[in-house]
Write a protein that binds this ligand. Structure first.
Ligand code: THU
Length: 131
């Protein structure tokens, strides 16, 4: 992964609204056609109403016309290799493939580990389940 995706995720993390957990997260997406999108986590005083950094980034991609996710970087200032939560794995699967690369990053050291979405979400609820 080139540094641009990591740096984009880190810059997004700096914009987080996480006053309740104090757990800033940033995510950045690269689409198969080379577009980049990023997002931060956004919390709400009614706690379940907040959402994750990956979700913000996906929203930006969809609002820009959609796309297929080739790779995603996730970074959290208080965790060395932040993994996407369960719900975000399914959201990433909606726009990615089992081969989509997921870079788990450290805010200072960059990519710690790269896994695939298939590793993180085996037996995902399939897109053709509902029609
Ligand atoms: N969070 C994310 O933004 N992405 C994840 O994949 C894991 C969790 C956020 C949600 C909440 O704002 C904070 O981290 C603590 O759970």
């Amino acid at each position: 992964m080139s540094d641009d995706l990591f740096n984009l995720a880190r810059r997004a993390m700096a914009k987080c609204h996480a006053p309740y957990s104090n757990f800033p997260v940033g995510a950045a997406i690269r689409t198969h056609d080379g577009r980049l999108y990023s997002g931060c986590n956004i919390e709400v005083v009614s706690f379940p109403e907040g959402w994750c950094a990956e979700t913000t980034a996906i929203g930006h991609m969809v609002m820009d016309g959609g796309g297929r996710i080739a790779e995603v970087a996730v970074v959290a200032s208080k965790m060395r290799a932040c993994t996407p939560c369960g719900g975000c794995r399914q959201r990433l699967a909606e726009f990615g493939t089992p081969e989509t690369l997921v870079h788990l990053c450290d805010a200072s050291d960059g990519v710690i580990e790269t896994v695939t979405l298939g590793d993180l979400l085996p037996k995902a609820f399939p897109k053709d389940a509902v029609s």
